[in-house]
Design a binder for this molecule. Structure first.
Ligand code: ASP
Length: 441
C-alpha cells in the first residue's frame, strides 16, 4: 500500500505543478487585492510582497540565472565546434549553417513583426505598471549605474570583448553579447585544433553542458513555489488587463509558430528540398507527436533520426549530422518565441525599444536558437539575460512562465521539424531530393 502513494504522487507532471502554482498564485493575489482595505495600496500587502513574495519568487529566477554563464558557454561552444568541424569536412555543414541562419532569421522576423502589430502588452495602464514595477525599476537603475561604472573598457562595437571574464561577470547586466562572441570564437578555434588534442577540452565542455542542464532541471523543481510567489506579486498589483494581455500574447505566439511551420517550412521544402510538404508533414507525424509531448529536442532526437532515414528517406550521412547538431544548434521555434516574449514583456513594463534595439534582439534571438539547451524550458535562461540587458524587470517572467508548457510543446515541434526540413533541403541541394508522385501517401 505504501508503494502506491509515492507512485500516485509522482504522476503529477512538473508542468502541471507549475500551472497549479500559477493558478493558486493568481487567485491568492487577486483575492488579497480585493479583500484587503485599500487593495493594492494596503501596507501589509506591500510589506508581504517586499519581504516574502519577492525573495521567494526570486529564488527560482536566481537558480536559473546562476547557471546562465556555464550553460550558454558550453552550449555555444559545443554547437559551434560541431558546425565548424562539419564545415571542415565539406559543404554540408556550410549549407546547414546558412539555412539555420536564414530560417531562424525569418522565424524571429515573423515574431517581431507580429508583436509590433498586435502589441499584446500595451493594454496595461500606467498606474498598474507603476505598481508592478515600482520597487524593481529603482533597483535595476542602480544596478545599471554600477555596471556602467565597471565597464571602463567597453567591448569594441559592444561585441568584441577585451576581457571575457569581466563580461561573464556582468552577463546578466549587459555583458552577454561580448561573452557570446568569446564563446563563438572559442568554439571555432576548438574545431580547428587537431581532434585528438582537442578531445580533453571538448569532453570537459560537453560534461559542463550536461551538468548545466541538470542545474536547470533542479531549478524547475522549485518552479511551482517560485511561480506561485511571482504570480502572487503580479496579481496583487495588477488588474484584469494583465489577464487579457497574457491571453493575447499566447494567441500571438501560437499564430506566429503556425505561420512559420505551415508557410515558411513548406516554401523551403517545395523549392529547396523539392519535396511535397503535405507528405513531408505526414512522414514526420511521429516526430511531431514526440516533440509535442516531451517538450525536448534532445529527447526527440532518437525518433527524429529514425524517421528522417526511414520515413522521409534522407541519406543517413546528411540526416545524422544535421539532426544531431540541430537538436541544440537550430531552434527556430525557440528563436521566434524569445523574440515575441522579450518584446511583449518590454511593452508590459512600458520599456520602449527602438528599431536598432529590436535588431539587436533579433540577432540575440538567432544566437539564442544556437545557445539554448534542447530541454523543457531551455529558453528561459536566455530570455532572462536579454531582459536584463535591456533594463526590463526580469521578475516579469513570472507573468508568463506559468503558461509556458503549451508554448514550449508547440515551439519544440518547430525546432525538431526545422532540423528535418534543413536536412531535407541540404539533401535536395546535394541532388538527393526525392520526387514524390502526386496523391501518394
Ligand atoms: N523545449 C525546447 C526544446 O527542447 C527549448 C525551449 O525553447 O525551451 O527544443
Amino acid at each position: 500500500m505504501s508503494e502506491t502513494a509515492p507512485a500516485a504522487k509522482r504522476k503529477m507532471p512538473q508542468h502541471t505543478k507549475i500551472f497549479v502554482g500559477l493558478l493558486l498564485g493568481a487567485m491568492a493575489g487577486a483575492i488579497a487585492q480585493s479583500v484587503l482595505p485599500e487593495g493594492t495600496a494596503n501596507q501589509a500587502l506591500k510589506d508581504f510582497n517586499a519581504n516574502w513574495a519577492t525573495p521567494l519568487g526570486d529564488i527560482f529566477l536566481y537558480l536559473i540565472f546562476m547557471v546562465v554563464v556555464p550553460l550558454l558557454f558550453s552550449a555555444l561552444v559545443n554547437g559551434v565546434a560541431e558546425i565548424g568541424e562539419a564545415a571542415k569536412v565539406g559543404r554540408t555543414g556550410l549549407r546547414a549553417l546558412l539555412l539555420t541562419i536564414i530560417l531562424s532569421g525569418i522565424a524571429v522576423g515573423i515574431g517581431l513583426g507580429g508583436v509590433n502589430l498586435v502589441k499584446p502588452g500595451a493594454g496595461i495602464s500606467d498606474a498598474e505598471r507603476e505598481r508592478l514595477t515600482a520597487g524593481i525599476n529603482a533597483e535595476e537603475a542602480k544596478k545599471k549605474a554600477e555596471v556602467k561604472a565597471e565597464a571602463d573598457e567597453p567591448p569594441v562595437w559592444g561585441i568584441i570583448p577585451k576581457n571575457p571574464l569581466k563580461e561573464a561577470n556582468r552577463a546578466l547586466t549587459g555583458g552577454i553579447l561580448p561573452f557570446m562572441f568569446f564563446a563563438l570564437v572559442f568554439g571555432l578555434a576548438l574545431a580547428a585544433v587537431e581532434p585528438e588534442r582537442a578531445a580533453p577540452v571538448k569532453n570537459f565542455i560537453e560534461g559542463l553542458f550536461l551538468v548545466s542542464q541538470k542545474m536547470v532541471e533542479f531549478a524547475m523543481k522549485y518552479a511551482p513555489i517560485g511561480v506561485f510567489f511571482l504570480v502572487f506579486r503580479a496579481a496583487s498589483s495588477l488588474g484584469a488587463n494583465a489577464v487579457v494581455a497574457v491571453g493575447q500574447y499566447v494567441i500571438l505566439v501560437l499564430a506566429a509558430l503556425a505561420l512559420h511551420m505551415f508557410v515558411t517550412y513548406p516554401i523551403f521544402l517545395k523549392f529547396v528540398a523539392k519535396r511535397d510538404p503535405v507528405q513531408f508533414f505526414r512522414q514526420c507525424k511521429e516526430v511531431i507527436l514526440t516533440a509535442f509531448s516531451t517538450s525536448s529536442s534532445n529527447a526527440t532526437l532518437p525518433v527524429a533520426l529514425r524517421v528522417a532515414e526511414q520515413e522521409v528517406g534522407l541519406p543517413r550521412k546528411t540526416s545524422s549530422f544535421v539532426l544531431t547538431v540541430g537538436a541544440t544548434a537550430n531552434q527556430n521555434g525557440t528563436a521566434l518565441f524569445e523574440g515575441i516574449t522579450i518584446l511583449f514583456l518590454a511593452q508590459f513594463a512600458g520599456v520602449n525599444l527602438d528599431f536598432s534595439q529590436q535588431l539587436t534582439i533579433m540577432g540575440l534571438a538567432i544566437l539564442a536558437g544556437i545557445g539554448t539547451a534542447g530541454v523543457p524550458g531551455g529558453a528561459w535562461p536566455m530570455i532572462g539575460v536579454i531582459l536584463a540587458k535591456f533594463g526590463i524587470p526580469v521578475e516579469l517572467i513570472g507573468v508568463v512562465i506559468g503558461i509556458d508548457r503549451i508554448l514550449d510543446m508547440s515551439r519544440t515541434v518547430l525546432n525538431v521539424v526545422g532540423d528535418i526540413t534543413i536536412a531535407a533541403c541540404v539533401s535536395g541541394m546535394e541532388g538527393g531530393g526525392v520526387a514524390i508522385p502526386e496523391g501518394v501517401d
